[in-house]
Design a protein around this ligand. Structure first.
Ligand SMILES: Nc1ncnc2c1ncn2[C@@H]1O[C@H](COP(=O)(O)OP(=O)(O)O[C@H]2O[C@H](CO)[C@@H](O)[C@H](O)[C@H]2O)[C@@H](O)[C@H]1O
Length: 573
């Protein structure tokens, strides 16, 4: 297949006029020598220079010879060992065990600005627990504790030398790419806007991730000598930051016989992200578009959103391309990190609780939060919370719009978020206008987000669009009832309460019209149910808490996508 037009004209990092870089551009692909021990470097005259001189074709030929002489470790032969000592149940073992490499700009707990960090912090562990060998490649934004320098460095994009730090945690190889451009106070932007070199920074990440399985000898989960992941890789690239992985596989590696058995999935968590100053206005290369055009499979984080994204209203200008690739576009609802978000063990809570004693547990957490924030301590006043980025997506403006009406309903409202200056000012206005009833916490505070989720009766999620949404999943697990806009993943995960169904069904309320009236109507119904039909409200809480939000089910669906993908030839050859 010819490479699509969006790739022609070069990328921010490679500035090549052609899709296929010349042989000398691929120097970092190391020759297939014996596996490298920790501490050996690619810099200097040896491997990189040798690879340069030989060209990638020769390197690939050597790999094949070596593979014939020493058959590579077959992932499928490994036992389903795991992360936290957990093992996939015997009847729930994946048909094919794979070498999976995540490429992401964030992974909690090391780096997180939102839901992407949560997902990449927890899904890899679930896949490792099912027996896969899993590596996650993320930037090394800071000096992370408990990571060690592998000593391996590779020179990429001309003169940019990256190093690799490593930690084995929850059965996963966490690999941190070290480069000076990642060492900034924030991940993507400062007060002047997105960093001007973001495209370079994440081009570098993609290349470093492509090189890691070839260069980085890591100890296998079951112990023993370090081995390379090799070439038989399932890449899982996330958002625009990882989008050049499929491009490089298609344009740089496969044409030279490297990664011919590798495949790539592009997971779209949020297409409405700024990658650089002008990128989204079409005046620059669009990495996400390039990834969509070249990945073997596409994923979004809910079935609902996978449909919305192919429409004019949800595609952010990419709906045509996404529509054309709809046959390979799947939607899988996120799971949650059940260790971090568990009310029975959560270290941030004033009192831990479970389904058995949730009413007393939530009452204790509500009182503690009211006291901490200087609100009147009152068990009977309904407590509504909002947590999220203060931007166009999350609909904080709608919450502020209905706030005066809400206050007249005799509730307490706590909002936590950070984002655009106007909405941050809005939170301050809320608190100063209604000091007896409202708090607006401007900032990113994980502990506070846990406390609020435990204390809340109702969690507001009036997102304009929402690929999946995690806060409503956390809320349900903590017995807070979501009131959400009926969009994307919120539509898929929040089931409207139906008091007439036998037995009653529902885990919250949604509203269809994105306007103040829609939100007020849904909140009004929730408050009436809470006050006048407490038994019904408790049933909603119980069903939410019992909902299965584990990653294991989602991991199974990911495996299905991987299996389909590996049955097909590469999309771009
Ligand atoms: N001020 C603050 N203080 C503390 N914690 C805060 C915070 N603001 C946000 N958070 C936390 O950040 C996470 C946000 O996750 P979401 O899924 O709701 O949104 P996000 O839009 O970032 O993610 C994108 O990717 C995810 C993952 O796929 C999709 O679910 C989502 O729809 C998509 O937009 C939650 O863990 C939340 O608690």
């Amino acid at each position: 297949m010819a490479l699509p037009g969006c790739l022609q004209g070069g990328s921010a990092g490679a500035r090549s006029r052609s899709c296929r870089p010349r042989a000398q551009r691929v120097a970092p692909i190391a020759p297939a020598a014996a596996p490298l021990a920790y501490g050996r470097r690619f810099r200097g005259p040896q491997p990189a220079a040798v690879a340069l001189a030989r060209g990638v074709g020769e390197v690939a030929e050597q790999r094949r010879e070596r593979a014939a002489a020493e058959p590579a470790q077959q992932p499928a032969a490994r036992p389903a060992a795991s992360a936290n000592g957990k093992r996939a149940a015997e009847d729930d073992r994946p048909a094919n065990l794979r070498n999976i490499v995540f490429v992401s700009s964030e992974a909690a707990p090391w780096s997180k600005t939102g839901g992407l960090g949560d997902v990449v912090g927890s899904l890899p562990g679930a896949l490792a627990a099912r027996g896969h060998r899993v590596m996650v490649v993320v930037p090394r934004y800071a000096e992370y504790e408990d990571t060690h320098d592998t000593g391996v460095t590779v020179e990429l994009l001309g003169h940019s030398e990256v190093g690799y730090f490593h930690r084995r945690h929850k059965g996963v190889d966490w690999v941190f790419v070290d480069h000076v451009s990642y060492k900034r106070p924030n991940l993507y932007a400062d007060e002047l806007g997105p960093y001007g070199d973001n495209q370079f920074r994440f081009t570098l990440l993609c290349l470093a991730a492509c090189e890691a399985p070839l260069h980085l000898p890591l100890p296998p989960a079951e112990g023993g000598e370090p081995t390379l992941y090799g070439e038989d890789i399932t890449f899982l690239a996330n958002d625009w930051h990882g989008s050049l992985v499929p491009v490089y596989l298609a344009a740089k590696y496969r044409p030279h016989g490297v990664y011919t058995n590798a495949r790539s999935v592009l997971a779209i968590h949020n297409p409405h992200q700024r990658q650089g100053s002008y990128a989204e206005e079409g005046r620059s290369v669009n990495h996400l578009k390039a990834g969509i055009a070249t990945a073997d499979r596409l994923l979004t984080v809910s079935p609902g959103y996978s449909t919305e994204i192919t429409t004019y209203l949800g595609g952010w200008g990419l709906e045509g391309l996404l529509g054309a690739r709809q046959p390979v576009l799947s939607g899988i609802v996120n799971g949650i990190d059940e260790d971090e978000w568990d009310p029975s063990t959560d270290v941030h809570l004033a009192r831990n609780y479970s389904l058995a004693d949730f009413k007393a547990g939530k009452a204790a957490n509500k009182a503690a939060l009211q006291k901490e924030l200087g609100l009147p301590v009152d068990p009977d006043v309904p407590l509504l919370c909002f947590i999220g980025r203060l931007d166009f997506q999350k609909g904080a403006d709608l919450v502020l719009q209905v706030a005066p009406w809400l206050m007249s309903q005799g509730v307490q409202l706590i909002c936590l978020g950070t984002g655009t200056p106007d909405l941050e000012s809005g939170l301050r206005w809320l608190e100063s206008s209604f000091p007896e009833q409202a708090r607006g916490w401007v900032g990113f505070n994980v502990a506070m987000s846990h406390k609020m989720t435990a204390a809340a009766d109702v969690l507001l999620m009036p997102s304009r669009f929402e690929p999946c949404g995690l806060n409503q999943l956390y809320a349900m697990r903590y017995g807070a009832v979501p009131v959400a806009h009926k969009t994307g993943g919120l539509r898929d995960t929040v089931i409207d309460f139906d008091p007439f169904a036998q037995p009653p069904v529902g885990t919250g309320w949604t509203f269809s019209n994105f306007e103040a009236g829609g939100l007020m109507h849904a909140i009004g119904t929730a408050l009436t149910t809470l006050k006048k039909h407490p038994g019904d409200f408790e049933g909603i809480q119980r069903r939410g808490m019992a909902r299965d939000s584990s990653w294991n089910g989602a991991a199974r669906e990911y495996e299905q996508v991987f299996d389909w993908m590996h049955m097909d030839p590469p999309y771009c050859r």
